[in-house]
Design a protein around this ligand. Structure first.
Ligand SMILES: Cc1cc2nc3c(=O)[nH]c(=O)nc-3n(C[C@H](O)[C@H](O)[C@H](O)COP(=O)(O)OP(=O)(O)OC[C@H]3O[C@@H](n4cnc5c(N)ncnc54)[C@H](O)[C@@H]3O)c2cc1C
Length: 385
């Protein structure tokens, strides 16, 4: 079905990632990382060894080339056994791309090669206790001291992957109290910087990547940690959010497809009243509805990724893909829970994990309500005085 919308090379690439997930990662591994709240270091290293962390990074910067469409297909494949697993790989790529776009020559030399080789990773710290959907309400302050170093104080929240080994946190900080958007900057802060206190949070989802809160009390960071220019933070983060939404939408689609496959298989195996439960029309229709949603979600992803690959403005299309992909994952996982009956409650069925991750998918990266606001903005609704 997918190949109708992909050329041969793209279909082969998606199959390569899917096969890799089946043979080299496996659903059992992803499930174990979730139940043990363990970062998937081994699989991350295998993905790095494939050179896949370098996708989208230009070849003259040491990357593997490819565009955001190729990258989205990778995200779709990586998401198949759970969105959390895909996150552990995709989140670092957002900052890598920001370094390619906004980084100094020194930052590129320091970070890009070790990132592609899997030796370091990145996390993104935008959110704070008072800055969620209102992401620019950042209160964590950064000021320069007499040597030019940055002194950072404040509290960040929900930073996924920040506790993993060898992680550099791309942190949105306030450098000018008077200018809401123009007063923001991004600092690259290694997670072992003295004074950075990272606490893991016992969240419902994101068990493997891990989500954290971060406390900073007069933490000293070198002047060279600034990504881009002072005051460019909002631009860097906004650029990043569009890439993030495109990538996560693809991963939701991959995960939703797996939820439907799992439900479909179970409906054929489970016998009640002397016949497989898929023969009950209510079950058949739930499967048909779910598959239709997944196909629509996939097409929205492909449209957004293709537009972005062509350099077209795609904020609205990206938000549509993110909105519909996340709501589709939630609805397919919920229907999957119903189709699998009591069995769905067990970790080995995977469906409760897909459901937990789906509940976060309509929140992280901008909630479904915020996506609808972005979409409505592009509809040029009249404003009233
Ligand atoms: C597991 C997990 C991992 C995360 N990982 C990261 C990460 O790595 N880095 C990071 O920076 N952040 C991360 N986040 C934070 C995430 O981006 C925020 O949770 C999200 O942006 C929503 O912010 P909030 O939770 O403060 O909700 P709020 O903004 O307080 O929203 C609460 C409710 O109000 C609604 N609402 C708010 N404003 C509006 C509005 N203007 N119009 C309509 N409805 C509105 C929301 O849609 C939501 O339903 C993560 C969150 C979770 C749960």
């Amino acid at each position: 079905m997918t190949s109708n919308f992909l050329d041969e090379a793209q279909a082969d690439w998606l199959k390569t990632v899917n096969d890799f997930m089946d043979k080299e990662v496996t659903v059992e591994y992803v499930r174990a990382c979730d139940s043990e709240r363990r970062y998937p270091y081994e699989a991350y290293a295998k993905i790095a060894a494939q050179g896949w962390l370098g996708i989208m990074i230009p070849e003259d910067e040491g990357g593997s080339g490819g565009d955001i469409f190729d990258y989205s297909l990778m995200a779709e494949g990586l998401g198949k056994f759970g969105f959390d697993f895909a996150c552990s790989v995709l989140v670092p790529t957002f900052t890598a791309m920001n370094i390619i776009k906004f980084g100094s020559a020194t930052q590129k030399a320091t970070y890009v090669k070790p990132f592609i080789e899997g030796k370091i990773r990145f996390s993104v710290s935008i959110s704070e206790p008072d800055a969620g959907s209102d992401a620019s309400n950042t209160k964590t302050r950064a000021r320069r001291d007499e040597n030019g170093d940055w002194i950072v104080s404040g509290q960040k929240l929900w930073c996924s992957g920040a506790a993993a080994e060898d992680t550099i946190i791309a942190m949105l900080v306030r450098t000018d109290a008077q200018d809401k958007h123009g007063g923001l900057s991004v600092l690259l802060i290694p997670n072992d910087t003295p004074g950075v206190e990272i606490r893991k949070l016992p969240t419902l989802s994101r068990h493997a990547t891990g989500t954290t809160e971060i406390f900073l009390d007069e933490v000293r960071v070198p002047a060279a940690a600034l990504l881009g220019e002072v005051g460019q933070g909002w631009k860097i983060i906004t650029d990043h959010l569009e890439l993030e939404r495109c990538a996560v939408a693809a991963a939701y689609t991959g995960n939703a497809q797996q939820a439907v496959h799992t439900a479909n298989r179970y409906a054929q195996e489970r016998i009640q009243f002397g016949k497989p439960i898929y023969e009950f029309q209510v079950i058949k229709h739930m499967l048909a509805e779910s598959q239709t949603q997944v196909d629509a979600a996939r097409l929205l992803c492909y449209r957004a990724a293709r537009m972005k690959a062509q350099g077209l403005p795609a904020a609205c299309e990206t938000s549509m893909a993110k909105l519909f992909g996340s709501e589709t994952l939630k609805s397919c996982a919920l229907d999957g829970m119903q189709i699998l009956g009591g069995y769905a409650n067990l970790p080995e069925a995977d469906m409760e994990r897909y459901l937990r991750e789906s509940v976060q998918s309509t929140i992280g990266g901008g909630t479904s309500q915020i996506q609808r606001t972005v979409i409505a903005k592009s509809m040029r609704l009249p404003t009233r005085a």
